[in-house]
Design a protein around this ligand. Structure first.
Ligand SMILES: [Fe+2]
Ligand SMILES: [Fe+2]
Length: 235
């Protein structure tokens, strides 16, 4: 299966069909399109409608997750509903299967890597912060567990590894993802690739501790690399 992936669309309300042509092109290049979050710039309903209209021009299945920007206005459920209306399958609680390939996805969360990982210690708000990351990892694990396919792809917004955020200032690594997301991925043999966004200045390729390939599909990473803002993967 040929899978296209793009993250960080950051659609704004005054954009006019910003992705229509690109989605039509991708439909001729791939069997499935994955959207890796930050689909809108501020999580406004008007922005979601602009993107939903463009998604309708896609002739292949479109699946994906929301990003932190899609939460900014406080109505992510509404953004989901509008994008679903355009035909996108928004992954969060339930995995999806297409032609024998599984797709599981969550937005993910922050928290850091290695020695920089925030621990659930001390003030309740710190524990709540870490709990949020654990909750996202648990949702991903539950989806991956339901899949009976030999191959699957995990879709995230935040990064599960440090490799693909390299290029960003080290001071902000902990805001770009958390290694807690890599744990469920490494528990399942069937995960053949992980795609994410969020780190606009990161690195395209990396691996989880157990060796599963991870791809940063933020369009700003892909464009200078491939001359097109999306990644193409063979799964
Ligand atoms: Fe972004
Ligand atoms: Fe983001």
């Amino acid at each position: 299966m040929r899978v296209a992936a793009i993250g960080d669309l950051h659609v704004q309300e005054n954009d006019e069909a910003p992705y229509r042509e690109l989605f039509a092109e991708i439909s001729t290049q791939a069997d499935v399109l994955l959207l890796c979050g930050d689909l809108t710039n501020f999580g406004k309903e008007t922005e979601a409608h602009v993107l939903a209209d463009d998604i309708k021009s896609c002739t292949i299945p479109v699946l994906g997750v929301l990003g932190n920007h899609d939460y900014e206005c406080g109505c992510p459920e509404k953004v989901c509903e509008i994008l679903s209306g355009g035909g996108m399958i928004v992954l969060d609680e339930q995995a999806h299967e297409i032609d024998g390939v599984g797709f599981a996805g969550v937005k993910g969360f922050l928290g850091g890597f290695g020695r920089g990982e925030l621990a659930p210690f001390g003030e309740p708000i710190v524990k709540a912060f870490v709990d949020e990351a654990m909750k996202e990892a648990r949702k991903l694990e539950n989806q991956l567990r339901t899949l009976r396919t030999e191959r699957s792809v995990a879709v995230l917004h935040y990064s599960p590894v440090v490799d693909t955020i390299e290029g960003e200032p080290e001071a902000i690594y902990q805001y770009l993802g958390t290694q807690r997301l890599a744990e469920p991925i490494d528990r399942f043999e069937h995960v053949k690739a992980v795609v994410h966004g969020h780190a606009h200045h990161g690195t395209y390729e990396g691996r989880t501790p157990r060796g599963t390939p991870v791809y940063n599909c933020a369009q700003f990473v892909l464009k200078p690399l491939f001359g097109r803002p999306y990644a193409l993967l063979e799964i």
